[in-house]
Design a protein around this ligand. Structure first.
Ligand code: ADP
Ligand code: MG
Length: 454
């Protein structure tokens, strides 16, 4: 039974407010504006326009949706999905424009996302970690559709997959501007397909994808478990492949290791060439950093570049982030980029901050206004037992010490005393928000990267 309409309106508003505040406007419009939510006595029913919506919402937003529902209704209702037009939805009131004539999507299918001009072969630094992938892209860029079809580039995040495929597209377009080079991610492809299905534009969608000369699809690992998208992509792939059109894909896994990817797609992805990107060695990192700095108008000394490159980080996007921060601070303060500045700016981000038992004891003593010796002692008044237990809790949470180790640091206490103390704080934090707030405050102090280490 649906709830009274007045109440239902209130709840729906609360729920959509929560969703809106957690999602980007585009995500909300795409995924939640077209669905309708009905609250029943024992469950929440999400009425979706088609299977895609339920697949996607379940996969991506299930947790958020449950949270929104329970905070609006105060109940933990299980969520069920139902197709619009089936029995349930006919009982619900029409909601907004979706129900009238089919609307026109905001961004009609048919527009390629432009290639990012920043990604070229010229500014891609070649090293042992990426030379094969780079050579394969170069070869494809010279003669698209002739060798290596499809070309699959795989590697971990931030190693340059997108940079390389977009550079290939840019190169092809530069030499033959009339070619249709289409770049998209597998998520955008899925989205576009859903829109097409929703607005009766599947023919246009297919025509669009079948007329491209070069198709670049980024991050195909996200095709996993999307049956309908895989089906459509399978046909797109075949149509292009048969006509000798170039297909380039990237992935963070080998196609055969993407579980939830149909066998027939896995096989097709292996027809051409699969090439990988490895984490850059130190020399390559230095070269990349110097090049990126130069792009921002800074000549980075080798000393500084080496310091940054010696960090264990191999995700180039993160290394670039350090650089951007360093350049911003140096410009803002009007100082040179020296090793000292870099250590000051980057040090806390890079250094693995270890919290020691002594750190915890000191921070807790200071925050609660007791002495470290009180924490280690055995006095049983509440003024000291509470901070003592907080310190035990934080010691367990922030240091890698075992219960007996913590017991020893707290004046040779038995490990069961520590266990009890930790449990007590966990319970108190759940019951009393002010206790939780204070414990978290100390935790933040201990984790503050600018804190002086003991
Ligand atoms: P992925 O798609 O593999 O996650 P990206 O292609 O987005 O990685 O690369 C992340 C950032 O690192 C981009 O700004 C890119 O320009 C840069 N980058 C990665 N490898 C190189 C390289 N060899 N030379 C120059 N820049 C690189
Ligand atoms: Mg990428």
């Amino acid at each position: 039974m649906a709830l009274s309409e007045q109440k239902e309106d209130d709840w729906q508003q609360l729920i959509s407010q929560t969703l809106r505040s957690a999602l980007s406007p585009q995500e909300y419009e795409t995924w939640f504006a077209p669905v309708k939510l009905c609250l029943e006595d024992s469950r929440a029913v999400v009425v979706v326009p088609n299977h895609f919506f339920s697949e996607w919402i379940q996969e991506r937003y299930q947790g958020l949706l449950c949270h929104a529902i329970s905070s609006a209704t105060g109940r933990n209702l299980p969520v069920a999905f139902q197709l619009a037009g089936s029995d349930h939805s006919s009982r619900t009131r029409p909601s907004g424009p979706e129900q009238g004539q089919p609307a026109v999507p905001d961004t009609p299918p048919g527009h390629a996302s432009p290639l990012n001009p920043r990604y070229t072969f010229d500014n891609f630094v070649v090293g042992p970690c990426n030379e094969l992938a780079h050579a394969a892209c170069r070869a494809v860029a010279e003669k698209p559709g002739r060798q290596y079809n499809p070309l699959v580039i795989f590697g971990a995040a931030g190693l340059g997959k997108t940079h390389l495929v977009v550079a290939t597209g840019n190169h092809i377009l530069e030499r033959a501007p009339s070619r249709i080079v289409h770049y998209t991610s597998s998520e955008a492809f899925t989205n576009e397909l859903i829109q097409a299905v929703r607005y009766d534009g599947i023919t246009t969608f297919r025509e669009k994808y079948r007329q491209v000369d070069v198709l670049l699809i980024d991050d195909i690992q996200f095709l996993a478990d999307r049956e309908r998208t895989q089906e459509e992509f399978f046909h797109t792939f075949n149509a292009l492949y048969e006509r000798g059109k170039q297909i380039i894909l990237t992935s963070d896994k080998l196609p055969r290791d993407i579980s939830g990817l149909e066998k027939r797609l896995q096989t097709r992805f292996e027809w051409g060439l699969i090439t990988d990107l490895q984490p850059p060695d130190e020399e390559t990192k230095v070269a990349i950093l110097q090049r990126k700095a130069a792009e921002q108008g800074l000549e980075l000394s080798r000393k500084v570049a080496f310091f940054l490159a010696s960090q264990p980080e191999s995700n180039v996007r993160i290394l670039e982030g350090y650089l951007t921060r360093i350049i911003a601070v140096s410009r803002f303060q009007g100082v040179e980029v020296t090793l000292e500045l870099v250590k000051r700016v980057v040090g806390p981000m890079v250094g693995d901050r270890k919290v020691s038992l002594e750190d915890v004891l000191k921070a807790v003593a200071e925050y609660y206004g007791v002495k470290v010796s009180d924490l280690k002692g055995s006095r049983k008044t509440r003024e000291v037992t509470h901070p003592r237990q907080v310190a035990m809790y934080l010691a367990r949470r922030l240091t890698r010490s075992s219960y007996p180790e913590i017991g020893r640091a707290f004046g040779n206490k038995d490990h069961s005393t520590v266990v009890k103390g930790v449990q007590k704080i966990v319970r108190l934090m759940g019951e009393d928000p002010s206790v939780a707030e204070r414990v978290r405050a100390v935790e933040r102090i201990l984790q503050d990267p600018t804190r002086r280490q003991a």
